[in-house]
Design a binder for this molecule. Structure first.
Ligand SMILES: [Zn+2]
Length: 181
């Protein structure tokens, strides 16, 4: 992160972090169910391990989410969020999974049994919708560093975030400095 997040703690930020980590993992050329399972567990998901079919569906979902984050205009980002919510979201409800978790909002079809890809799209779609309505600006972007195609979710204060990571921001700064000297 180049600047502290607007939403430093809480459910929205944790869905943002989970979404970005899943997008990064799913963007690799080859992704195994075990690799996806590790990311899910890192984010507190305790469901059964994903199957190869789940991973294929998650990759499709990732492509759709990437197109939201790469949208060049706010109108287009909103339109794409609406399209994915129309397909995947169900009436919002609070769940604590019988007391096993803190209360959080579900918009997938079932708290426990919904397909992973549906859960991924619906939960990320809801959070991107909240970010857009809260901030009236693009919810993310594609890293501006040369050769990096990672997407990010923009929760930064102030000016628009441009890089996926501090590493890419530093690399670009060094390259720009070298180009000037
Ligand atoms: Zn980058």
């Amino acid at each position: 992160m180049e600047t502290p997040g607007v939403i430093a703690v809480g459910a929205v930020q944790s869905v943002v972090d989970r979404t970005v980590d899943l997008l990064d993992t799913l963007a690799s050329e080859v992704v195994t169910p075990a690799e996806v399972a590790v990311v899910l567990r890192e984010h507190g998901e305790t469901g059964p391990d994903p199957t190869p079919e789940d991973v294929a569906a998650l990759r499709g979902a990732a492509t759709e989410l990437r197109s939201v984050l790469a949208a060049p205009t706010l109108d287009l980002a909103a339109e794409r969020v609406n399209a994915l919510l129309a397909r995947t979201a169900h009436p919002p409800r609070l769940s604590n999974h019988g007391g096993a978790f803190s209360w959080h909002v579900h918009v997938d079809s079932d708290d426990e049994e919904a397909p992973l890809a549906e859960w991924f799209l619906a939960s990320a779609g809801l959070v991107l919708a909240l970010l857009i309505s809260d901030r009236q600006r693009l919810p993310g972007g594609v890293c501006a560093a040369g050769g990096c195609e990672r997407v990010f979710v923009d929760t930064a204060h102030g000016s628009r975030r441009r890089y996926c990571s501090r590493r890419c921001a530093t690399r670009e700064r060094v390259a720009a400095h070298r180009a000037r000297t």
